[in-house]
Design a protein around this ligand. Structure first.
Ligand SMILES: Cc1ncc(COP(=O)(O)O)c(CN[C@@H](CS)C(=O)O)c1O
Length: 420
């Protein structure tokens, strides 16, 4: 049983927006997805009904807020296949989650250790681990990306050695759409007694994830990419590892006993959630994973791939377009990065915006990957559960006329007024 993308658009009133006189066509979901009313209604319910701090008040509203916030952890744990709330730490986003792991693991790193990431990693990973390496004296090595947008696993098997302390890789590339062999990477790390850190920013929203079957030690994700609000995300960690990991932030909530000279820590996951958390956001994250579970993540995965294959096939048929990532036919997540001959991605993005179409253009926080591709940037269209083939057809219309449109724009008074 799949879902009807056209039907569920009713859950997302923002999709009724008009932009520059055109209906909004939102194709920037790899950056941020929209939030259904079933999720944003949580904010009104919370603030109008039971707003209170959690775990601190001996009163009804605090009890209700605490229960709702704790149960949201349970629902996210179930969504990701974790063993329970103890393995789910709410953070701000994927970036903070990776930083939490890096801070915790850095104490055990020194000059003899190696950190292995990949050429396709997002800056949230690449920059974090390069700075940790500078601070600890560890060395960072990178699994190369092949010409057709895959991780070079032969090279990976050479790079991961008994000197490797951890391997960090994206489950899915936010530029190439590649779905990486994450179980193989996790096994490779474990074969060398290294931690396996998975960047799940683009996989948690788009396909079934079972962190237990994956055997990842850590799995990072963001709420705003999976129909949830901004300001909330999370980190899955194996319970035994989180028990031993140093806290990332210190203060209230994360402690058990405090003296003037030392402290002991609270139980999981609260040990890693210092201070007053974004309570409504956390409860809304639980509603977001419920919403997606209702659609069925296998159905989401199939929808993503179907639209991506359609878009990729159409773009690949245009000799003036270059696409990046795996060939048509190989499963990918719902995004295609591409360039139109003679049209900078930013100009294409502007031309599309003139027609109410939202994509992303630039380096998508993966400058080393774009260096590897030998391009300064790319345009990227990314779909989600509410997009249809009609949305893609509107994008393709502008792609087909972009060179003429741009020539016309550059010849126009509007442009010359700009530069005169
Ligand atoms: C693979 C991957 N890893 C980490 C992040 C960071 O997510 P945050 O919620 O910003 O912390 C992202 C977010 N990528 C967005 C913003 S750059 C994109 O447009 O592709 C990602 O795709």
């Amino acid at each position: 049983m799949s879902f009807d993308a056209a039907e569920i658009r009713a859950d997302f009133p923002v999709l009724d927006r008009r932009v520059n006189g055109h209906p909004l066509t939102y194709l920037d979901n790899a950056a941020t997805t929209h939030t259904p009313r079933q999720v944003y209604d949580v904010f009104e319910e919370f603030y109008a009904g039971y707003n209170a701090n959690i775990h601190r008040g001996i009163h009804e509203l605090s009890h209700e807020a605490s229960i709702a916030y704790e149960e949201a952890h349970d629902r996210v744990a179930e969504f990701l296949g974790a063993d329970g709330r103890e393995e789910i730490v709410f953070t701000k986003n994927t970036t903070e989650s990776i930083n939490l792991v890096a801070y915790g693991l850095s104490r055990g790193l020194d000059a003899g250790d190696e950190i292995v990431t990949t050429e396709m990693d997002h800056h949230a990973s690449l920059v974090t681990w390069q700075q940790i390496a500078k601070r600890t004296g560890a060395t960072v090595r990178h699994i190369p990306v092949t010409a057709d947008g895959h991780l070079d696993m032969d090279a990976a098997r050479e790079l991961v050695t008994d000197d490797t302390a951890l391997v960090c890789a994206p489950h899915v590339s936010n530029v190439l759409g590649t779905i990486n062999p994450i179980e193989e990477l996790v096994d490779l790390a474990h074969d060398h007694d290294a931690y396996a850190v998975v960047d799940g920013a683009q996989s948690a929203p788009t396909r079934p994830v079972d962190v237990g079957a994956m055997d990842a030690d850590f799995f990072a994700f963001s709420g705003h990419k999976l129909a949830g609000p901004t300001g909330i995300g999370g980190l899955y960690g194996k319970r035994a590892i989180l028990e031993e990991l140093d806290p990332f932030l210190f203060g209230g909530e994360m402690i058990r006993n405090v003296t003037l000279t030392d402290s002991t820590w609270n139980e999981l996951p609260w040990k890693f959630e210092a201070g007053t958390p974004p309570i409504a956001e956390g409860i809304a994250l639980g509603a977001a994973v419920d919403y997606l579970s209702e659609l069925g993540m296998e159905n989401v995965r199939a929808h993503e791939n179907d639209l991506a294959q359609y878009l990729l096939g159409e773009l690949a048929d245009r000799e003036f377009v270059r696409t990046y990532g795996p060939e048509v036919g190989e499963e990918r997540t719902g995004l295609v990065s591409f360039n139109v001959q003679g049209v900078h991605g930013h100009d294409l993005s502007s031309l599309l915006n003139d027609r109410g179409i939202a994509i992303r253009a630039g380096d998508h926080c993966t400058q080393p990957l774009h260096d590897r591709l030998e391009i300064p940037g790319s345009a990227r269209a990314s779909v989600y559960v509410y997009n249809t083939r009609e949305d893609i057809d509107r994008l393709l219309d502008v792609v087909d006329s972009a060179r003429e449109d741009l020539d016309g724009y550059l010849a126009s008074e509007r442009y010359h007024d700009l530069i005169s």
